[in-house]
Design a protein around this ligand. Structure first.
Ligand code: 5GP
Length: 179
């Protein structure tokens, strides 16, 4: 991997995880998923945009049959008692009775997953689990059941391997951390 700092939008980042380190974590997670879901033909629900590169590498190593869909999540404040309303965009498949695995780039405060899970569960799947590339345990604000975590990282801002800083950096094969 590159040994030098990079600059994105005038912000400096230093090398943090190499493509080889990411590959090892991702293929290890894929092996766990392949064993746990053998014969169950799961439906992977990839959360865009950040999850695209992780999902691609993870699913190449998933053995067995599966379906893959891509969604976006949009959240907004509801009126009065409804609180945060989470809308799922792009999920046209019938998920009733299916085994769902949500693929996320990173669980930070847990807010996104905290709101997405009930919305998915309301559609009547047989099961829902989360597979995340990164998890920042120190920033978690909501109780979220994370069965599949590729890597735990400290509470620092990272870019690369699908994750962006204000739109840039998603194409980087290594992960960088803000200095
Ligand atoms: P949460 O809802 O768990 O607080 O945050 C989830 C979203 O926040 C992620 O899907 C991601 O878009 C963004 N996020 C959180 N931490 C980072 C980070 O370190 N780097 C980048 N690029 N995005 C982050």
């Amino acid at each position: 991997m590159g040994h030098s700092h990079i600059t994105i939008h005038n912000k400096a980042f230093r090398p943090y995880l190499s493509a080889a380190q990411l590959d090892e974590a991702v293929t290890g997670l894929a092996a766990r998923l392949s064993a746990d879901y053998a014969g169950r033909q799961p439906l992977f629900v990839v959360v865009l945009t950040g999850g695209f590169m992780f999902a691609s590498d993870l699913l190449k190593h998933f053995t067995g049959l599966c379906e893959i869909v891509f969604i976006r999540v949009a959240s907004y404040e509801g009126t009065g008692s409804t609180g945060v309303v989470q809308e799922i965009l792009g999920l046209r498949e019938d998920v009733q009775g299916r085994h769902l695995i949500v693929i996320e780039d990173i669980v930070d405060t847990g807010t996104t997953m905290h709101h997405l899970l009930p919305t998915l569960l309301a559609k009547g799947p047989a099961s829902v689990e989360i597979a995340t590339l990164f998890f920042k345990p120190e920033s978690l604000k909501h109780e979220v059941d994370l069965r599949y975590v590729a890597m735990e990282i400290p509470n620092d801002f990272v870019v690369g391997y699908g994750l962006d800083y204000d739109g840039l950096g998603r194409n980087l094969p290594d992960v960088y951390v803000a200095v």
